[in-house]
Design a protein around this ligand. Structure first.
Ligand SMILES: Nc1nc2c(ncn2[C@@H]2O[C@H](COP(=O)(O)OP(=O)(O)O)[C@@H](O)[C@H]2O)c(=O)[nH]1
Ligand SMILES: [Mg+2]
Length: 407
């Protein structure tokens, strides 16, 4: 699961990304640590199961701070989008390349209303971020529509040829959009939701293609709004408006990315104790910080943490993976009685799976071989066996039993 941070220029996307990916706890190297400058590791924050199970843990693929489990997830800082990007304005194509791999979108807007549609500075409170939500959505729809329209006449002929074994529209579109991490059944649902006929694509006009593209994006790239710069005075009112117009279809999370970055840096430097997502922090040693640093921290407290109960950055990430993408957390172990791996690490791994995934899916997510040789799993809490089709539950601790490997 990957989330993409999208939005127009100067709303705080990079600040959000930089704060989200800054962590001062040791987590074993994840395969996606540095692929690209704009790809990084963020973290989901959940309550760890170790206390409920009455054990002390030593995580390997994740971290645990006083009962809070931080689980790595992949994030992409997407190039800024300007109006008419789908016609090639700005970094349009770079934007689309970045966004194609994302499963969910965190759309950062400037809720202080101090940047225009192009991201230029304007007096605070004079630009409505709702306008930006609409134009970014529209540009993305036009982009998907543009991809579908390429070679559309040929695709229609193939689908409607009536020849034995001629491919269906859904399978043709799945192939065409294969680089976009969109599943076949999402395409099928979008055709249905747009009220269109899959066997008669020649009857689709430009408006139909637009509605189809819109439905497809809503299904395959669910989006939440990170209403950033909530530390500024006009934000409260503009955020209420965003919530009124967009939620619940697009959840709105008030954010202060700059404050989060400051807190994480201070925590990294050992000045404060703060776990991402906390609604407060503790200064570790007043003698270590300068008067200016103390003042900056006080501002974060009075302008962000007290009124908003947190900076919102962690909430936005959690909501993207756990709500939009219906993620659940599962702990695979080797010894179901001690909750350990082969080396004796207690609750070493926490994995984000999808609601609806099965025990066998979990085995595959650990290793293809483990999936292929899956026999059954054992639920650590009950000691009972569960089969391949067992639907994973949030916080399951499971041992996977497989046939012995040869060699
Ligand atoms: N007041 C305020 N300013 C912010 C916040 N987050 C980012 N900014 C400022 O917004 C400007 C643009 O930030 P940047 O992350 O480069 O935006 P991007 O172009 O969307 O990646 C910078 O001057 C940031 O310091 C915030 O939470 N509050
Ligand atoms: Mg940026």
């Amino acid at each position: 699961m990957i989330s993409g941070i999208v939005g127009k220029p100067n709303v705080g996307k990079s600040t959000f990304f930089n704060s989200a990916t800054l962590m001062n706890v040791a987590v074993a190297n994840y395969p996606f640590t540095t692929i690209n400058a704009n790809v990084g590791t963020g973290y989901i924050r959940v309550k760890c199961v170790h206390m409920e199970l009455g054990v002390k843990d030593n995580p390997v693929n994740s971290a645990c701070i006083d009962g809070t489990r931080l689980i790595p997830v992949k994030m992409v800082d997407v190039a800024g989008l300007v109006p008419d990007a789908s016609k090639g304005r700005g970094l349009g194509n770079k934007f689309l390349d970045d966004v194609r791999q994302a499963d969910a979108l965190i759309h950062v807007v400037d809720s202080s209303g101090s940047t225009d549609e192009e991201g230029r500075a304007v007096p605070s409170g004079t630009h409505d971020p709702l306008v930006d939500v609409e134009f970014v959505k529209k540009e993305m729809v036009l982009w998907v529509k543009g991809l579908i329209e390429k070679d559309w006449a040929r695709l229609c002929r193939t689908v409607e040829s009536g020849a034995a074994g001629s491919p269906s529209l859904v399978s043709e579109l799945t192939q065409k959009l294969s680089g976009l991490s969109i599943r076949e059944n999402s395409i099928e649902t979008a055709v249905h939701k747009a009220g269109l006929k899959a066997d008669k694509p020649t009857s689709w006009d430009a408006e139909d293609l637009y509605s189809f593209s819109k439905e497809l994006l809503d299904i395959s790239k669910p989006m939440l709004i990170a209403a950033n710069k909530c530390d500024q005075a006009p934000s409260k009112e503009l955020i209420s408006k965003l919530v009124k117009e967009l939620a619940p279809a697009y959840p709105v999370v008030p954010c202060a990315a700059e404050a989060e970055l400051l807190l994480r840096r201070a925590s990294h430097a050992g000045f404060i104790s703060y776990v991402p997502g906390d609604s407060s922090f503790q200064i570790s040693d007043l003698s270590k910080i300068t008067a200016a640093q103390k003042r900056a921290l006080e501002l974060v407290k009075s302008e962000v943490l007290d009124p908003w109960k947190g900076t919102g950055v962690q909430k936005a990430i959690n909501d993207a993976y756990l709500s939009l993408l219906k993620g659940i957390v599962v702990y695979p172990v080797e010894d179901e009685t001690k909750f350990t791996d082969k080396k004796g690490n207690v609750l070493p791994d926490a994995r984000i799976m999808h609601l609806g995934d099965t025990a066998k899916d979990l085995a595959y997510s650990v290793h293809t071989d483990l999936g292929d040789s899956f026999l059954y799993a054992i639920d650590s809490r009950t000691g009972l066996r569960v089969g391949a089709d067992y639907k994973l539950k949030n916080n399951d601790v499971l041992k996977i039993v497989a046939t012995a490997r040869k060699g």
